[in-house]
Design a protein around this ligand. Sequence first.
Ligand SMILES: NC(=O)C1=CN([C@@H]2O[C@H](COP(=O)(O)OP(=O)(O)OC[C@H]3O[C@@H](n4cnc5c(N)ncnc54)[C@H](OP(=O)(O)O)[C@@H]3O)[C@@H](O)[C@H]2O)C=CC1
Ligand SMILES: O=C(O)[C@@H]1CCC=N1
Length: 266
Amino acid sequence: MKIAIIGYGNMGKTYAGSFINSRFIKAEDIIVVDRFTPTEKEMLGIPAANFISEVNDSFSETDIVILAVKPQDFEAVSEKLKSKLTDGQIVLSIMAGVTIRTIQKMTNSLKVVRSMPNIVSQIGMGMTVFSASPDIDRKDLFIIQNLLNTTGKSIYVDNEKLIDAATAVSGSGPAYVFYFMKSMIKAAEQLGFSASEAELLVNQTFIGSINLKNANSFSNEEWIAKVASKGGTTERALEVFDALSTEDIIAKAVMAANERALELGV
Ligand SMILES: NC(=O)C1=CN([C@@H]2O[C@H](COP(=O)(O)OP(=O)(O)OC[C@H]3O[C@@H](n4cnc5c(N)ncnc54)[C@H](OP(=O)(O)O)[C@@H]3O)[C@@H](O)[C@H]2O)C=CC1
Ligand SMILES: O=C(O)[C@@H]1CCC=N1
């Protein structure tokens, strides 16, 4: 199977790495289009000749074309792409916001899969939500899901609107986690820890908490209750979170991301 990746930035590189490391796709079967020339390390074993600056005739030999440019760059890409695609090829988009209908119209392709991964795909622990046009048959969907699963876990949704919702939750989500970590590190430093000590305290707390959560079936509320001793320190911190409506703030931020995904699709 041959794959083309258009856009070799954060996600394009991540995808190439996952496909190659999982041995799902051979490095020589990947064609990459981008404006810059990658270093040898960034090439990940893909032959230098497979890196091109514009979509060309070699595209007609590929089975899947992955759109990994920013939504704002899609129009320019689609202009070049639409004359090169043939009926059997699958277009797999990871772009935020851009709908299946728009991708179909702008690429003249009926077989479109729209997905929303996240950057954690870099270590094979990503979360992807995907949906497909009616022209994608069961066999196509099976191949795509296997490909996506080289980057982590995936779920298929019929309702395409959930791709925008997933963008706001799991697509952007790693940045929310890093934001929370950054804030805790800052507070730890204010309390007297060195930068490296603060980083260790917070990293280990996150890793440990996630693993603890996954190790058994208690809910988040139950875990919170186990940590927050009556009249203790955690309770005092949680009172501040509640007084400042932190849950509402987080919900508002996620809704804003969802709105932005909708705007990007227009
Ligand atoms: N980053 C993330 O965590 C996630 C991103 N996404 C989606 O993935 C897509 C890519 O994001 P990300 O990898 O972060 O973006 P990047 O900017 O890192 O990568 C996009 C790459 O595409 C290149 N590019 C732009 N226009 C063209 C063109 N006409 N032809 C060829 N290459 C082009 C860019 O070049 P240049 O730098 O010169 O513009 C850049 O190298 C976006 O649509 C985003 O919504 C989805 C999930 C998570
Ligand atoms: O911020 C963005 O628009 C992209 C989509 C999800 C993560 N990054």
